[in-house]
Design a protein around this ligand. Structure first.
Ligand code: GSH
Length: 221
C-alpha cells in the first residue's frame, strides 16, 4: 500500500490526493507539518516539502513528478488529455495554479491565516491578506473566461487542470480568501467538483483551531 505524507491545507498534497482518488490509487495518509522539518521526513524528501508518496523502497517527491509518474504507469483514467496539444494546455494550466495562483494567493494566505495565526498565535497582516484577495479575484475572472469557452478548465474533458485548480481554490476558500459572488461560471464548475465523491473527503477535514467559512463544503454556496 502507498503511504502519502501530506498536510491537509497543502494545495499540492490536495492535488495529489484528488488525482490518486480519481485514478483509483489507494493509499494511507500520514499528516506531516512541513515547517517542523522532522529529520525522518527530510530524509525522505531533502526539499522538506509535502507531498511525498512511498511504497517499499520507492520514494516519490513533488506533486508534478508524482502525477506524471502515474500517468506513465497507469493507463486507466488519463488526466492529461488525448492529444499533444491538449496535454500542453493541461500542463500550462497546472503550472498556472501550482506557480502563479500559489505565489499570489495560496502562499500568502497560508502564511498569514494558517501559519502566523494558527501556529504562531500571532496577528495576520491585513495588507497582505487584502492583496491576496485582489489577486484571487483576478484568478476567478480568468477561470470564468476559460469556462465561457470550454466545459472544463483544461478543455473538453475533466482532467488534471481541474484537479489542480480545485486543490488550490479549496485551500484559499478554507482560509476565507475567495469572494465567489459575480463569478457564476467558476461557481458552477466548482460546485460540480465539490459534488464528486473523489473530492468530498478533502472538504470534510478540519484543522484544529482554524475552522473554514460556513459555505466551504456546501454545494449551493
Ligand atoms: N513543487 C512542490 C511544492 C510543494 C510545497 O511547496 N509544499 C509546501 C506545503 S504546501 C511545503 O512543504 N513547504 C515547506 C517548505 O517549502 O519548506 C510540489 O509540487 O510538490
Amino acid at each position: 500500500m502507498w503511504r502519502l505524507y501530506h498536510f491537509m491545507l497543502c494545495p499540492f498534497s490536495r492535488k495529489l490526493r484528488f488525482a490518486l482518488a480519481v485514478k483509483g490509487v489507494t493509499h494511507e495518509l500520514v499528516q506531516e507539518r512541513p515547517w517542523e522539518k522532522r529529520p525522518e521526513f527530510t530524509a525522505l524528501n531533502p526539499a522538506g516539502q509535502t507531498p511525498v508518496l512511498c511504497r517499499d523502497d520507492l520514494v516519490l517527491c513533488d506533486s508534478a513528478a508524482i502525477t506524471e509518474h502515474f500517468e506513465e504507469v497507469l493507463d486507466r483514467t488519463p488526466l492529461l488529455g488525448a492529444t499533444p496539444e491538449a496535454r500542453a494546455e493541461t500542463r500550462r494550466l497546472v503550472a498556472w495554479f501550482d506557480q502563479k495562483f500559489y505565489a499570489e494567493v495560496g502562499a500568502p494566505l497560508l502564511a498569514e491565516r494558517m501559519y502566523k495565526r494558527a501556529v504562531l498565535k500571532g496577528v495576520p497582516d491585513g495588507g497582505i491578506i487584502r492583496q491576496a484577495g485582489r489577486m484571487a479575484d483576478m484568478h476567478l475572472d480568468y477561470i470564468d473566461f476559460l469556462l465561457e469557452g470550454r466545459a472544463w478548465i483544461g478543455g473538453g474533458q475533466f482532467g488534471l487542470a481541474d484537479i489542480a485548480a480545485a486543490a488550490h481554490l479549496s485551500v484559499a476558500d478554507y482560509l476565507s480568501g475567495l469572494e465567489w459572488d459575480g463569478h457564476d461560471p467558476a461557481k458552477t464548475w466548482y460546485s460540480a467538483i465539490k459534488s464528486r465523491p473523489t473530492f468530498r473527503p478533502l472538504l470534510a477535514e478540519r484543522l484544529e483551531g482554524l475552522p473554514p467559512p460556513a459555505h466551504y463544503d456546501k454545494l449551493d454556496f
